[in-house]
Design a protein around this ligand. Structure first.
Ligand code: NAP
Length: 473
């Protein structure tokens, strides 16, 4: 092959990590590339669309930058194509020169405590997917729920009947969940939440959210801007016990080392000093508290919690001091976890694909043509921008392997399209996305909103449809 032969690279996952990998590949000029960004959903943007809270409009606007990458001439978006069922990874590898897996961490970590599966106990991932309008949580009538996924109607019923919620975990997702649970429907009208989710917000009965941290305030993973935002909610008192903010020696060392921890402590101290206004809604931040059992019959009614401490060797242990906190909704917000993809190596202990600097490790050696980036590479940590440097590392490894001759251009341009055509699979490209985008804006404007997310797969596919134009650009 001549050096003009493009390297055909497939990226599995059109979330920020996959699109940043496409950006890094398309911005280099060492080798010609053709990049296929594949997603199982009809629309791109992954967690920017389905994870970033709807009221965080400035973070959600990262979508515009990601969209520009997908519009580049050497990049094509293939939506509604499921790697692992529409085509397996061996077939994909045969159709392109290299694959970058960027499919994120699609499941949630569990608490492993009695009562965890009672109705009313849900994963933050489910609640977030619901209020962002993810099709898995908003299935069509004839569509089976995915992997026992809780669906919109059930979540709607829970938040309409719960007055007290417990959120387990002290990370940014816990803050998003607590904030959205506390905001009223009018406060959320400006967002692009689906219409029926917004209607549920108006029926919401929640008056109290209790956030549980199993360690002390020095050990939260909050970012300060997001923490501060919680204290600015109108009509909501945020309550922190002053004695929880006293720092033992190890907490003190954490606060001295970390600027974020120190700023977070300052915010928490300010709240502990505030006199509650007597507002109708309250958020409690309970540190040194872990759930040990969810109580209830056909629905969770309370959480048994235990006071904790850190023992001399640094482990969180219970003190035996137990109390019962009433709650009709329990949201576990204790982190996400990667899922295995059939045929791809997966480390069950970490929930990640084994790799070195983004090169996938197979059978104790490097795979010849497989790379990984984003949460499925490094675990579910960092903000959206963290995926950019992560993708650059992976793409640097791929380009070095191209330069060494380890990854070869086989002249496979067009092969993926031929494979999909043979299978009768109609991928949705950027023209289809633009039609969906326009339909969401139109739907929003009809109700005096900026835009409204179309949550059902059938709605997305109907909006994408245009027989006169090709779907793939
Ligand atoms: P996270 O930051 O890892 O927080 C998970 C929390 O769960 C930690 O407080 C952890 O406590 C706790 N936890 C874990 N296992 C537990 C258990 N068995 N019992 C009780 N508590 C437990 O995860 P996340 O909140 O899901 O966020 C994921 C990533 O997305 C983070 O990097 C986050 O910053 C990012 N994100 C960013 C934004 C934003 O920038 N606005 C918004 C949302 C998410 P320990 O520390 O004790 O393990």
């Amino acid at each position: 092959m001549t050096t003009d032969t493009p390297y055909v690279i497939a990226i599995v996952g059109a979330g920020p990590s996959g699109i940043y990998a496409a950006e890094a590949l398309s911005q280099q000029s060492e080798v010609p590339v053709e990049i296929a960004v594949i997603d199982r959903l009809p629309v791109p943007f992954g967690l920017v669309r389905y994870g970033v809270a709807p009221d965080h409009e400035s973070i959600r606007s990262i979508r515009n930058t990601l969209e520009r990458t997908l519009e580049r001439p050497e990049v094509r978006f293939y939506g509604d194509v499921v790697v692992g069922s529409d085509l397996d990874i061996e077939e994909l590898r045969d159709a392109v020169d290299a694959v970058i897996y960027a499919y994120g961490a699609g499941s949630d970590k569990r608490l492993d405590i009695p009562g965890e599966d009672l109705p009313g106990s849900i994963a933050a991932a489910e609640l977030v997917a619901w209020y962002c309008g993810h099709p898995d949580v908003h299935p069509d009538v004839d569509q089976p729920a995915r992997d026992g996924q809780l669906v919109a109607a059930a979540i709607d019923g829970l938040i309409a009947t719960a007055t007290q919620a417990v959120v387990v975990g002290v990370g940014n997702v816990a803050l998003d969940v607590a904030r959205v649970l506390m905001k009223s429907a009018p406060e959320l009208t400006e967002t692009d939440m689906p219409d029926d989710v917004l209607e549920s917000q108006a029926r919401k009965a929640i008056r109290e959210v209790r956030i549980l941290g199993r360690r002390g305030p020095a050990y939260t993973t909050f970012t300060t801007k997001e923490l501060r935002e919680l204290g600015q909610l109108p009509g909501v008192d945020v309550l922190v016990a002053a004695n929880d903010l006293e720092l033992d020696e190890s907490s003190q060392a954490v606060v001295e080392r970390s600027k974020v921890a120190s700023r977070n402590m300052a915010v928490l101290r300010e709240w502990a000093d505030r006199t509650p206004t007597g507002a109708a809604k309250r958020i409690y931040l309970d540190f040194w508290t872990r759930p040990i059992k969810l109580i209830g019959g056909d629905r969770v009614t309370a959480v048994e919690v235990e006071r904790t401490m850190i023992n001399p060797v640094g482990f969180v242990v219970g003190t035996g001091e137990i109390r019962v906190v009433p709650a009709q909704l329990v949201v576990r917000s204790v982190g996400y976890r990667g899922r295995p993809l059939p045929g791809l190596p997966y480390d069950n202990s970490t929930g990640r694909v084994p790799h070195a600097e983004g090169r996938v490790i197979r059978d104790h050696g490097f795979s010849a043509d497989e790379y990984v980036t984003g949460w499925i590479k490094r675990g579910p940590t960092g903000v959206i921008g963290t995926n950019k440097s992560d993708a650059v590392e992976t793409v640097t490894s791929l380009l070095a392997d191209i330069s060494d001759g380890a990854v070869v251009a086989h002249g496979r341009s067009g092969q993926l399209d031929r494979l999909l055509t043979q299978r009768g699979i109609h991928a949705l490209g950027m023209p289809a996305w633009h039609r969906i985008d326009a339909a969401e804006i139109e739907r929003g404007l009809k109700n005096g909103r900026r835009r409204t997310t179309l949550a059902h797969r059938s709605e997305l596919l109907a909006a994408a449809q245009n027989d006169d134009e090709p779907n793939l650009s």
